[in-house]
Design a protein around this ligand. Structure first.
Ligand code: T4K
Length: 367
């Protein structure tokens, strides 16, 4: 197999336009306004709210702090039902503010919260449900809303993977539950270097979120609530505005790579494409996730690595089995199986159609 010049990886950052970003950065430098809800952050927030079709969007310095702020603003203090099959930031954000993550298994097809298992985990101490739209697969928002209503507890979402994803009936992710949290980390298809934010249609909650992300200040010398420093910088927002202007181009490349992977992997025995994205609805197509035959994953990762492809096993061995949260009260069979058998393949504008072909051939040769 001929070796490539550069390694292919999951999460290689996208930059919409070097020229547009450098020009925007120069304007920020010249303005001498770098933080504290400056004009670029305000423009970015308005542009994201418009893109998502949501009433309010509060930008933050990253997705993890956004999750902490959202959890606090919702007044969550007890047990929070959430999947274990997620990035460690999801439980950490809840634990960090003094609430308790309670792990629920996931649906083997969508990798989002399993509603049956969720009901089994409900107790009088349950104080919220935090769904994760993993890989950009929207959660069963109606069913979760129903559980939330029955229990009279808030439902909110970690939408770190689902920026630019249409949920249902033409509504973008960002509009579900009490609020939804995004990550704009460098490795996301849409990035602001580091960054994130919270979308909501509830004006009172939006006000609270804004206060909490800025130390609780309403104005100079007036602090009305506890808060933190969750603010996005002007330079990050400038990157966000540039990348938002080019998001359609990135999505179009992601979509064609997804279609190619779907066709190429279709014939590879025992390898199943988990990513199941609609072609007729808006999506970001950013994660190419495959489930491989039992016991074969490490061979495949190694084989790809020898071909200069950095495929990844994410979230291993499952948050509930991480040292900080173990020992689990009960096993989560689907999560445990997925943690042993799934991997994420590189995609995006830095991955060419020939690269996709080579990755699929390498996997086929190994299995
Ligand atoms: N909820 C969920 C469901 C999440 O997935 C995340 C974050 C969060 C919440 C929290 O959001 P943030 O607080 O992060 O905004 C990444 C990211 O650090 C993290 O944002 C992401 N999820 C998580 C799934 O993965 P890694 O482990 O992929 O990063 P790393 O350093 O291994 O980089 C991946 C590849 O990208 C490398 O091969 C090199 C390349 N790379 C990376 C960076 C950072 C570059 O070429 N340039 C870069 O600047 O973590």
């Amino acid at each position: 197999m001929p070796r490539r010049k550069a390694r292919l990886c999951v999460g290689y950052p996208n930059v919409g336009s070097y020229g547009a970003f450098l020009w925007a950065a120069l304007r920020v430098l010249r303005s001498r306004w770098f933080s504290n809800l400056g004009p670029v952050v305000q423009r970015f927030e308005a542009a994201v709210a418009d893109f998502l079709g949501v009433g309010y969007f509060i930008s933050t310095c990253n997705g993890t702090v956004a999750l902490e702020i959202a959890t606090r603003a919702l007044g969550v203090t007890g047990d929070v039902l959430m999947p274990s099959w997620t990035f460690i930031a999801t439980p950490h954000a809840v634990e960090w503010i003094g609430a308790r993550p309670v792990f629920v298994d996931v649906n083997p097809t969508s990798h989002t919260l399993d509603i049956g298992d969720l009901w089994l985990k409900v107790t009088p101490k349950t104080s919220a449900i935090l769904g994760v739209h993993l890989w950009g697969h929207p959660c069963e928002v109606e069913a979760l809303g129903h559980v939330g209503n029955q229990m009279n507890i808030p439902v909110y979402y970690d939408a770190a993977h689902a920026f630019g994803v249409e949920g249902r009936e033409g509504m973008m992710v960002g509009n579900f539950g009490r609020c939804e949290v995004f990550s704009f980390h460098a490795t996301k298809f849409f990035n602001t270097f580091e960054g994130g934010g919270i979308a909501t249609n509830d004006p009172e909650l939006a006000h609270k979120l804004r206060l909490m992300s800025n130390f609780g200040f309403t104005c100079r010398d007036n602090v009305v609530s506890a808060g933190t420093n969750g603010k996005m910088t002007e330079i990050a927002a400038a990157m966000g505005l540039v990348n938002l202007g080019h998001i359609d181009k990135v999505v179009s490349v992601n979509k064609s790579r997804y279609v190619q992977y779907r066709e190429c992997l279709g014939d590879t025995g025992g390898v199943r494409l988990v990513s199941n994205f609609p072609l007729d609805m808006r999506h970001n197509y950013q994660y190419i996730v495959v489930e491989v035959p039992p016991g074969r994953r490490e061979d495949i990762l190694l084989g790809l690595s020898l071909a200069d492809v950095d495929a990844r096993r994410y979230f291993y061995p499952g948050c509930h089995r991480m040292n900080c949260y173990a020992p689990p009260e009960r096993s989560l069979p689907v999560t445990e199986r997925l943690a042993e058998s799934t991997m994420v393949l590189p995609t995006g504008p830095h991955v060419s159609p020939a690269d996709v072909g080579m990755i699929c051939e390498t996997i086929a040769a190994i299995v």
